[in-house]
Design a protein around this ligand. Structure first.
Ligand SMILES: [Zn+2]
Length: 88
């Protein structure tokens, strides 16, 4: 298992990468298009579902899920990245 410091470093790199890659705005797609869902933390693509999806889309990528389980991402989020959110 990688260290906490290394895991956070990788998270930071993912965030920067996916900020550059950008996201599909589902609202811009024509009717019938699949819906794209991105990790709440790093914006990696985590789910692609049909427009009439009935399952709950994934919220987090596997890497961020690991950080959440280690309680690292919450601290990082509260401190710097998503200061507008107070609770999960
Ligand atoms: Zn993620």
């Amino acid at each position: 298992m990688i260290s906490d410091e290394e895991a956070l470093k990788r998270f930071s790199l993912r965030k920067r990468l996916f900020a550059i890659v950008g996201q599909v705005d589902n609202g811009d797609l024509p009717a019938g298009s699949p819906m794209f869902f991105y990790c709440w933390y790093c914006s990696d693509l985590v789910d692609e579902l049909p427009e009439d999806y009935t399952t709950v889309p994934k919220r987090y990528c596997d890497e961020c899920s690991e950080l959440i389980s280690r309680k690292l991402l919450l601290e990082e989020r509260d401190r710097v990245i998503y200061p507008e959110f107070d609770t999960l």
